[in-house]
Design a binder for this molecule. Sequence first.
Ligand code: SAM
Length: 284
Amino acid sequence: MPLSPGTLYVVATPIGHLGDITVRALDVLRQVDLIAAEDTRHCRKLLAHYDIPTPTTALHEHNERGKIPELLEKLKRGLTLALVSDAGTPLISDPGYPLISAALTESLRVMPIPGPCAAITALSAAGLPTDRFTFEGFPPRQSSARRHFFDKLKSEPRTLILYESSHRIEACLKDMAEVFPPGRHLVIAKELTKIHERFISSPVAQAPILLKQSPELMKGEFVLLLEGASTTKNDDLNPEQRRILHLLLTECSLKTAVMLAEKITGARKKSLYQEALNQLQPKN
Ligand code: SAM
């Protein structure tokens, strides 16, 4: 398809597997006059794989603002540009927002060429509710700021999606385990679309222990997905108290199960009763 002159194309590229690029994205990358890439060397590997000779120019967080006038000038002259980041959808925890916003301010045309995004890829296979979710990008790097950040998200009812790097995954999971209620379900989506892709599910309190037991799990790239705060689920029960209640509910009436669980676990009767109702509710 011929490109529209003076258009800036925002092109999604693979997050791992090089096959995960759309036919349209390849077509656009082949036809544009110039590709603005977060890392030109990285981008050239993708272009070489698909035999695309289009020239590239660097556009990363350190030079983006200074580079905008030059790129807008090219668009105004009717040239076509593509914006790509190292992986996935540009602007999603990646450079590009200042450029897109400046182009739109100047009434230039911006067209998205959709494709992979690690957050959505992870969400599609994590098994957590997808009807409503919140993407919070990378948590702060410093532990005290990170805990504060998590604390503000504690009562968020939507599925929470975060990005994290291998340098901070251990510390991040430790802080999550300390701030969020222990039984909250966490999915660690690791190395998506790559050879070592893994989805690791556990109560948030167990996650740091799981990773410590298998240090090889700490390598790579991660999306963290946390079950939202339930309005019905009682967060003051720990996973063991829930498990005991669950076992009792399979053998006894609700009333007896709650009464026995209270005696065995010492948990509050009200919390156990609420959890029992929740567990007995049919899941859709
Ligand atoms: N723009 C990208 C997108 O659309 O997903 C995200 C770029 S952000 C700088 C990089 C982070 O995305 C990584 O640290 C990791 O949290 C996540 N990520 C990217 N690729 C991934 C993959 N293959 N598996 C798991 N997480 C990934």
